[in-house]
Design a protein around this ligand. Structure first.
Ligand code: ZN
Length: 189
């Protein structure tokens, strides 16, 4: 593919989770394939240690500003890939879980299961800091139970990403469970 037209762009940088010193730049490259299709390659590379990762995404994937909705009803759906850009808001309405956009919000490049794990770990920490007689405990324990069911594919839920700039995406395992609603520029003004 090296002789094809490419277009490299650093889309995001964050501190390396492996060496804690280097900076990881996410480099986005778009390749034009001979058949007219395009693919996107995301390359994660640390400038100090050898942490690196590549991912290839077909560009039939939407990169427009919009609201992406994925229905998760079984274990297979948990493998759907998710990328939440720093300006994207991620929500699971059935569980009242939200990741607000922001430069310091956790960086999410994972699959649905990975997102459930991160929510579970955050909720568990919260749970462990509550006093024994806190009335909130039963509610939090119910949430943890539902997160566990969700990880096993036994809890149906919706994952919604709202991205006003169009850097986030969902690659569904089952396309019929995915919908995309474009945000028009005039809606943002
Ligand atoms: Zn590193």
């Amino acid at each position: 593919m090296s002789d094809k037209k490419r277009n490299n762009k650093i889309i995001y940088s964050f501190k390396c989770p492996s060496c804690q010193e280097g900076t990881i730049n996410i480099i986005k490259s778009i390749y034009d394939l001979p058949d007219g299709d395009k693919i996107l390659i995301l390359k994660f590379e640390c400038n100090i240690c050898n942490f690196h990762k590549n991912d290839v995404i077909p560009l039939t994937t939407n990169m427009e500003a919009g609201i992406m909705t994925l229905q998760i009803t079984n274990e297979e759906d948990l493998k759907s890939k998710i990328y939440r850009s720093p300006v994207g808001k991620l929500e699971i309405p059935e569980l009242d879980l939200i990741v607000e956009p922001g430069p310091r919000a956790d960086f999410y490049y994972t699959n649905v299961e990975g997102i459930l794990y991160r929510f579970e770990s955050a909720v568990s920490i919260y749970r462990n800091n509550l006093e024994k007689n806190d009335p909130e405990i039963s509610e939090i324990e119910e949430l943890l139970e539902n997160l566990q069911k969700a990880k096993d594919g036994r809890f149906k839920f919706t994952l919604v990403i709202t991205d006003p700039q169009g850097g986030s995406y969902i690659i569904p395992q089952n396309k019929s469970k995915y919908t995309f609603k474009k945000i028009e520029k005039k809606d943002l003004e």
